[in-house]
Write a protein that binds this ligand. Sequence first.
Ligand code: PLZ
Length: 438
Amino acid sequence: MTLTQQRRLVTALPGPRSAEILARKADAVASGVAHSVPVAVVEAGGGVVLDADGNSLIDLGSGIAVTTIGNAHPKVAAAVAAQVERFTHTCFMISPYEEYIAVAEALNRLTPGDFPKRSALFNSGAEAVENAIKIARKHTGRSAVVAFEHGYHGRTNLTMALTAKAMPYKSGFGPFAPEVYRAPLSYPFRDGLNGADAAARAIAIIEKQVGAAELAAVIIEPIPGEGGFIVPADGFLPAVQEWCRANGVVFIADEVQSGFARTGTMFASEQLEIEPDLITTAKGIAAGLPLAAVTGRAEIMDAAHAGGLGGTYGGNPVACAAALAAIDVFENDGMLERAQRIGDLLRTRLEIMRQNDPRIGEVRGRGAMMAIEFIDPLTREPDAALTAAVVKACIGEGVIVLACGTFGNVIRFLPPLTIPDDLLHEGLDVLTAALSGL
Ligand code: PLZ
């Protein structure tokens, strides 16, 4: 780690150099592509992000759960450099290479479920989700898909349809892909239901409004990311999965955000006691290079005809080299234990904050995927304005935190697992001070 691990503000944000670059952004980049931290990044690693003016910010977001093993990890940087020297692309559908196959083997081994598996590689989470649905439809010969309230699955046409929240993801971008239906999630803080009752509610709606005979797949994030880190009540996911099994419906877990050691196990599905038929992954898999995958039961994955799956860049050799290095770090450098330890630290600190401030309604999450939900203490109504103000104040003090949640009232913590404890504490100190000033 060459970057000094400290929070250091030498200018207000943005500093003059960042401001110059961001002015060019406003001129050159479509305004629909917004940003939340007013800096231009020049370097990042460990637990910090360095900007063009020399400001060093504490990173509690990992670029939305991507740089889980740390930014520019030396093993990843070395693997990428070596691969770029050998070859950068052949197109796996034209002339295959071992790196892709090794990533597929690793995914088949690491994902939950002791059954024969296959994988296919793509470029982004959305693309993986689209392909999981294609595969499920081909396997079942059915067309309908059920997604859940608070779900986020991407920004392409089919994945916009699967995503629950209209603003900013869908508004004005329709019409959306057909045959997508929505079921209620288990949201213990707001619905008070136990897992069995929440599952019965969802299944009743699926049976009445869609019908198992038409249903190809149910897709769900074990812990919804953009939707607010809502941990479903115990038993909810296993009951939904069991219903899928009994009805020949493909059960897809979208672990794009929750996968790869984030929650303290390699996949959140392990803790939530499910063995998905198919699992979608991306983000953490390649430590910042674009790579995504669908992994699952061999007989489902093999349903697509030869040539039915692919894409020019899917499983690009440079991204695969990064993934193999990252997977080595995940497996051999204590990442699961580190995620658990960060989870304990976050939960302890955030629970103290909650006890001292009734505007924090709940602390929830697993491992290094924790969140706090802000509410009006009298009505329990979501408080998006307070959330936005806290996020803005933290960023202004050099701590990158991300908001999320259907109601915009959740702050999520997704630190890189390489962040030193003292920086994590300092970030939470800044958060505590910001909140008490509002
Ligand atoms: N599935 C569960 O979390 C991406 C979205 C950021 P892509 N989440 C971050 C934004 O505002 O665009 C995500 C996810 C889950 C799918 C996706 C989509 O992954 O790699 O962004 O396509």
